[in-house]
Design a protein. Structure first.
Length: 689
């Protein structure tokens, strides 16, 4: 075993590798970019080396390994994990690359070569073709719908479903642009698109002594934009014969490239056809994000096995030794907003709670209070994994763990994950890669309801703001805005905005000692007295020390995680969170439309970089016409014209970083755009980058 291993990654996977190294008594060395100088993986490693140019600079990573005295480099996943130039550079430097031979990475990293190689080994593949062939002709031959994929890379980046010939040119352009930016290789291939298949993958392990085994399968069918959200082991679809057959095919695929280390062979599987026909789609030549579910059902540490194989040891078990026990399910926590088409979000973590008491719940996380989530890296923040003696128990335990997870300061998908786990078909194991798209409206309604500001959340925000107002006023109640009246305090009115909606709540009295709240909707379960019209008044109190808040409304107490961010109040409960801002008169308030505001002002739907500007000032555009493409975390989003008219303003350029809701363009009615002074006062609220 090695004395020192450098971990060439960041976040939760770096911490995951460091944890095993610590258990094995191996010294760990972290690397970090300037943005990650205060990150958890830097603090928890035995040593850390700064990378001035970031995680993709091969020479700097190798220099860090030399400087730290490391004998081996563990790449985690992403960044340099499947970079053959890096693997070869490590070998030249005398460093052990904890991964497969470069030749295996090279073959399996090229989807075209990979398909040909495994097909020759007797593994079934999806019909299709690749460049330098004519992609449009291949699509016509295979038959629509088809899937366009970058030959290099993975993770769903650049993959597009095309359902008709007329969509092909634009889809090819977009996929090629993404492939070039994400993987440095714009080569594409086209495959027959199998509607709503199951996505099932097999974990394989191989050593340098000719031993290759598999550790069963993982079901990864719950996806959006070809990115996995929920994974589980074993699959609820497979019987023992199918599991054995797929495992043997995965082993053949690994042997076909002389594989060594941990890898994953991925298949799409028909859930309806007899015998569940399956097709090889790719092999990931690294540790997978979802590897914890395999660890929980096999009792094996895959990182330890990677290290032992890399050190030259034979596998310590045979295929007959592999036993699957119980069921495990993993949920990926992303910095994204499902209600805004899963667009990436960002911000600084203001408050954090993660489950930790249950021995059958595991959290792989790189988060800490103060972590800044930007657009430079993948939006996955953490993974919550639960084990149970059966699938029902594992799902129930995972939901409970997600309910106990709170991240304030960054909008996440936790509430959506809970809604997905509660879906009847998910609970029954009737899964498919199209399930989320098919149920999206119902899932969003179950996750977030119809109210941007539920009544009790609105009251809680008003009480917190009132408490801060009173605290800032000191002991002099005359300093509280709205003043006092003879004999009783006056009402203070708070206009609060969240997710593009504004609502009012009135508070009078001192929240810490007891006060009254007046609002339009009754808090659920509270005993309320009607006070004219549709308004309700209730007795209220707040216990808050700057952290969690206990809000009592007519004797019913609710517990909220609470944090302040400038003038905004963040509240969290049961996996949901709300960012609530006091409404400023004159502010547009409605930012939920982002790229489709009714006044012709087009805003960025996410923090990112302007990748392409498709129009020029003065150009006439039609409603829905693409104006710009914004990219964040290797994902493109086309921003379209909210109405027909003339591009009156275009304050951004290609390559410019932009914040969420930054103004990208202004589209005016043609008469309005040509009138004197039409462009004045359109950007008074800021914008830019």
């Amino acid at each position: 075993m090695f004395d020192t291993v450098l971990v060439a990654n960041r976040g939760e996977i770096a911490l995951r590798v460091i944890k095993t190294l610590r258990r094995l008594g191996v010294r760990s060395v972290a690397v970090y970019s300037d943005a990650d100088a205060g990150s958890r993986h830097v603090r928890e490693a035995d040593a850390a080396v700064r990378l001035a140019s970031g995680y993709l600079d091969i020479e700097q990573v190798v220099a860090a390994a030399r400087l730290s005295g490391a004998q081996a480099v563990h790449p985690g996943y992403g960044f340099l994990a499947e970079n053959t130039a890096f693997a070869r550079r490590c070998a030249r430097e005398g460093l052990v690359f904890v991964g497969p031979p470069p030749e295996a990475v090279e073959t399996m990293g090229d989807k075209i070569r990979a398909k040909a190689t495994v097909e020759a080994a007797g593994v079934p593949v999806v019909p299709g073709g690749a460049e330098p062939g004519d992609l449009e002709e291949i699509a016509r031959r295979v038959g629509f719908p088809v899937l366009i994929k970058p030959s290099a890379g993975g993770g769903g980046k650049g993959m597009l479903v095309v359902r008709s010939p007329r969509e092909m040119p634009e889809a090819i352009e977009s996929a090629r642009r993404t492939a070039a930016a994400a993987f440095g290789d714009a080569t594409l291939l086209v495959e027959r698109y199998v509607d709503d298949p199951r996505h099932i993958e097999i974990q394989v392990l191989a050593d340098a002594h000719g031993n290759v085994i598999h550790l069963g399968e993982r079901e990864c069918s719950l996806q959006r934009r070809h990115q996995k959200i929920i994974e589980e082991a074993p699959s609820p679809l497979l019987d023992e014969d199918t599991r054995r057959g797929m495992g043997e095919e995965a082993v053949r695929a690994a042997r076909s490239v002389g594989y060594v280390g941990a890898g994953t062979v991925e298949f799409i599987v028909s859930g309806d056809a007899p015998g569940h026909p399956r097709y090889f789609i790719e092999m990931n030549t690294r540790l997978q994000v979802e590897h914890p579910v395999t660890e929980l059902v096999t009792g094996l540490d895959l990182v330890e096995l990677q290290l032992r194989v890399a050190a030259g040891e034979p596998l310590p078990l045979s295929q007959d030794d592999v036993r699957l026990r119980g069921h495990a399910v993993e949920a990926r926590v992303y910095a994204e907003d499902p209600a805004r088409d899963f667009l990436p979000t960002g911000g600084r973590v203001l408050a954090l709670a993660e489950p930790g008491a249950d021995p059958d719940v595991r959290v792989d996380s790189g988060l800490q209070v103060g972590t800044v989530v930007g657009s430079e890296y993948d939006p996955m923040l953490s993974k919550v994994i639960a084990w149970g003696p059966d699938r029902e128990g594992a799902l129930r335990r995972l939901d409970s763990a997600l309910r106990a997870t709170t991240v304030l300061g960054v909008t996440t998908n936790i509430a959506f994950l809970r809604a997905l786990l509660a879906d009847p078909d998910v609970a029954a194991g009737n899964l498919g890669t199209g399930l989320i798209d098919q149920r999206l409206d119902a899932l969003l309604d179950a996750a977030y309801g119809s109210e941007a500001l539920p009544a009790d959340v609105l009251a809680a925000a008003g009480l917190v703001l009132q408490d801060r107002l009173v605290s800032n006023a000191g002991d002099d109640p005359w300093d509280v805005p709205d003043g006092w009246r003879v004999g009783e305090p006056a009402w203070t009115t708070w206009l609060l905005s969240a997710r593009g909606e504004t609502a009012a709540v009135k508070v009078r009295g001192l929240p810490a000692r007891g006060c009254e709240v007046l609002q339009g909707e009754p808090p659920p379960g509270a005993a309320l007295s009607r006070e004219g019209g549709d308004s309700f008044a209730t007795g209220a109190a707040l216990a808050w020390d700057g952290g969690d808040a206990l809000v009592t409304l007519d004797g019913v107490t609710s517990h909220f995680a609470c944090a302040l961010d400038g003038q905004s109040v963040w509240l969290g409960r049961d996996g949901r969170s709300w960012a609530i801002t006091p409404h400023v008169p004159g502010d547009p308030g409605d930012r939920a439309g982002a790229g489709r505001t009714g006044d012709g002002v087009v805003r960025s739907p996410m923090p990112g970089t302007v990748l392409l500007v498709k129009v020029v000032p003065g150009e006439r555009v039609t409603e829905g016409q693409p104006l710009l493409i914004v990219e964040a975390m290797k994902m493109e989003h086309t921003v379209t014209a909210p109405t027909g008219g003339v591009v009156a303003e275009l304050p951004v350029r290609a390559g410019q970083p932009v914040d969420m809701d930054a103004v990208l363009a202004v589209v005016r009615d043609e008469d309005e755009a040509t009138s004197p002074g039409a462009a004045i006062d359109t950007l008074t609220d800021g914008g830019g980058s």
